[in-house]
Design a protein around this ligand. Structure first.
Ligand code: GRF
Length: 229
């Protein structure tokens, strides 16, 4: 019998605006590795987001906070913060949440908020990343998972996954391939944070208590997670 007391599950909230396939990956990962985190809330700024349906099916509480109902960004963000704090959320996971966040909001969740972005940051922050990769003729593309700071798509990078761009690739094919990588990487990063393997200290990402000098590769994280499973 193990004498180790299991860590309490971290309470995470997922913020989304659309399809929510990354939410689904987080739900599925948690179902097969029920340690580390529990999704306590899904917030969407769009009532029609399919991600809300995925949450309901998984029995997760949902909340729609429509940005059009607020006079400005600051008041919209304040409402989200109130709801997140009321749910005692340990970690906020952005998964296709299409709103720019205000400085007070990002500061409040400093070190406790993550984003996934479909490019090898600092290349291609913002939208249409797959098309821009093709237009530039890049040989390589990928995704970045980073802590969120005030700078759009600019916070400290935790992990990147890469793929080679093929001659026949289109924006749609790249999107599909990146999505597959995302579904594999994002839950493991969330799990890594919730299990204490990853943290942010003074704008530096620490992995196993050592500062990272470059973004982590998924194989190293997967290995570390398997050692503590
Ligand atoms: C993902 O490609 C993610 O990188 C970006 O938004 C997309 C969300 O996709 N931030 P989904 O809603 O999780 O399917």
């Amino acid at each position: 019998m193990s004498l180790k007391t299991p860590l309490p599950l971290k309470r995470i909230a997922v913020l989304l605006s659309g399809n929510g396939s990354n939410l689904q990956a987080l739900i599925d990962y948690q179902a097969q590795a029920p340690k580390g985190y529990q999704i306590v809330l899904v917030i969407s700024n769009k009532a029609q987001a399919y991600g809300l349906e995925r949450a309901r099916r998984a029995g997760i509480a949902t909340c729609v906070i429509e940005h059009q109902q607020f006079p400005d960004r600051a008041s919209f963000d304040r409402e989200m913060q109130t709801v997140l704090d009321a749910h005692q959320v340990d970690l906020v996971v952005l998964a296709g949440f299409m709103r720019i966040l205000s400085a007070p909001f990002t500061q409040h969740f400093y070190g406790r908020m993550l984003n996934i972005h479909p490019s090898l940051l600092p290349k291609y922050p913002g939208l249409d990343t797959h098309q821009r990769v093709l237009e530039e003729g890049d040989a390589e593309h990928g995704l970045s998972i980073h802590f969120v700071t005030q700078e759009l798509d600019g916070g400290p990078i935790i992990l990147q996954s890469r793929l080679s761009v093929q001659k026949q690739d289109t924006a749609a094919s790249l999107q599909q391939k990146i999505h597959q990588l995302e579904h594999c990487a994002y839950p493991q990063v969330v799990q890594g944070i919730c299990q204490g393997l990853l943290e942010l200290r003074q704008d530096k990402v620490y992995f196993k208590h050592q500062p990272l000098s470059q973004p982590l590769e998924l194989s190293a994280l997967a290995q570390a997670l398997s050692e503590i499973a």
